[in-house]
Design a protein around this ligand. Structure first.
Ligand code: SF4
Length: 467
């Protein structure tokens, strides 16, 4: 997925004007939050679980190098291959080369934001391998040529009527609003693809270092088919998804579904230990784990920013964020949305590409309160704001220095200061009639678009005080 985060404001503006999107966002985020609160309230030790979850993620990130080597060793011991990808290009090349070597022309995929991050579908297409998304939301988006707007519910911005029309156009079924009929149509179209595909590609929610187990949670059963029907299973996992022990899953698999959808448990939890063993009736004959860095080492090296690697992608912070709930996910311009997206995108893509995102927050703290692993998102947002400002100052240092020299000249004497004030007052009075500033050029226009700013008085306060 190509990043477009610099378009935050125009996309956000369009989102605010879309009544359909506003309805969809209000309904979905309201349902997610209500579910999370109810599911958490069921457990007397919910806060203690959150502390434990944070401790597990903190330990994993602190011991990342050692745990990843242990994970690799245990995956290999079970007959799996492990490939360390420095970036998306290396990861995509490894997977497409593997497909070519094995003569694969069709790959089925389960929902994976890590593969969205590296634009794997585009790479597969270019390499002559047809990727088929098998998560229902992702399948809808693929049919429509659209992109995810929520990393848990990718088609949250689509409504039932739109899906009905899409299935008429693309699957040739009669128009119906019945969800069961629509789902069965997608299921029928996808089922044969599982059987035809030579490769199944998934992400990974967790990789357990001590056992070499790749854990994938889902609600539709498509991961089960993706990882068992094709001869080759490739799991693409961000480096940060490793956890130390199998028993850590007890905590994390309690926190994740309750925080994500309000479920006590996801419908399917796949614990995958390498390829099919002799005597086993099903499963892939090859298993490949692609460990993706793609900027994660850089984030790890930043003591202020590394807390963002604790994220378990539950999307609870999106549902409570007053900005996400109004502007939706496309405004964030890339794979990760909401408060965690506003923190991750500038770190992955650089402060310039992610520049507007850390500022798209009221810093109300609702995301920190919702986060199951207690990530201090407001602090991380402030840290990214600092980085963006430092970057802008660095890139425009010549312009900034000139501005500072001009300001310095005007500030040197009271007469020059008064002269500058008179110039600004005259200019602002030329921008239109009336009491309020309405028609000003440059960045000030955006600032007053939603605020009232009175025109300066004809005579400054200093003159009146001086009388
Ligand atoms: S930052 Fe916390 S709340 Fe947001 S997606 Fe990650 S784990 Fe969930």
């Amino acid at each position: 997925m190509k990043p477009t985060s610099t378009r935050f404001l125009p996309v956000a503006d369009a989102a605010l004007d879309s009544a359909q999107l506003q309805r969809a966002l209000t309904t979905a985020t309201g349902r997610f939050t209500a579910g999370r609160l109810a599911a958490g309230a069921e457990l007397a030790n919910w806060q203690s679980l959150r502390n434990q979850g944070r401790a597990i993620r903190e330990e994993a990130i602190h011991r990342l190098d050692e745990l990843l080597l242990l994970l690799e060793q245990n995956v290999r011991a079970q007959g799996g291959e492990v490939f360390w990808a420095r970036d998306g290009v290396e990861a995509c090349t490894y997977i497409t080369d593997l497909a070519h070597r094995r003569g694969v022309t069709l790959a089925v995929k389960s929902k994976s934001m890590t593969t969205e991050e590296i634009a794997l579908n585009d790479a597969l297409d270019r390499a002559g391998v047809t990727p088929i998304e098998t998560d229902l939301g992702e399948y809808i988006l693929q049919l429509a040529g659209d992109t995810p707007s929520h990393f848990l519910a990718p088609a949250v911005h689509w409504n039932r009527d739109q899906v009905a029309q899409l299935f008429v156009d693309k699957l040739g079924i009669p128009w119906t609003q019945d969800v069961g009929t629509l789902t069965r149509a997608a299921r029928a179209a996808l089922r044969r693809r599982f059987l035809e595909a030579g490769m199944g590609i998934t992400g990974a929610n967790f990789g357990v270092a001590e056992t070499g187990t790749i854990v994938v949670v889902e609600n539709e059963g498509n991961v089960r088919l993706t990882t068992s029907a094709p001869a080759i299973h490739v799991a693409v996992m961000g480096l940060e998804k490793v956890i130390p022990r199998f028993e850590d899953l007890e905590v994390l698999l309690t926190l994740l579904p309750r925080s994500a959808t309000g479920q006590r448990m996801s419908s399917y939890v796949s614990l995958l230990n390498g390829r099919r063993r002799p005597g086993e009736p099903d499963g892939p004959t090859e298993f490949h784990l692609v460990l993706l860095d793609n900027g994660r080492s850089r984030i790890l090296a930043d003591p202020e920013g590394r807390e963002s690697l604790y994220c378990i992608r539950c999307a609870a912070c999106l549902a409570v964020c007053p900005v996400y709930r109004r502007v939706g996910g496309h405004a964030y311009g890339w794979v990760y949305q909401g408060p965690i997206g506003a923190v991750l995108t500038p770190q992955y893509l650089g402060p310039e590409a992610g520049a507007p995102l850390p500022f798209a927050s009221s810093l109300c703290g609702a995301c920190r309160d919702a986060c199951p692993v207690k990530i201090d998102l407001p602090r991380l947002l402030l840290h990214q704001r600092e980085r963006v400002v430092e970057d802008v100052v660095k890139r425009h240092s010549g312009f900034g220095a000139l501005g500072a020299r001009i300001a310095g000249w005007f500030l040197q004497t009271p007469a020059r200061f008064a002269f500058a004030g008179a110039l600004v007052r005259t200019f602002l009075h030329l921008t239109g009639t009336g009491r309020w500033l309405r028609n000003v050029p440059g960045p000030l226009r955006g600032w007053i678009a939603s605020r009232d700013l009175p025109k300066p008085p004809a005579r400054p306060l200093r003159d009146l005080v001086g009388k």
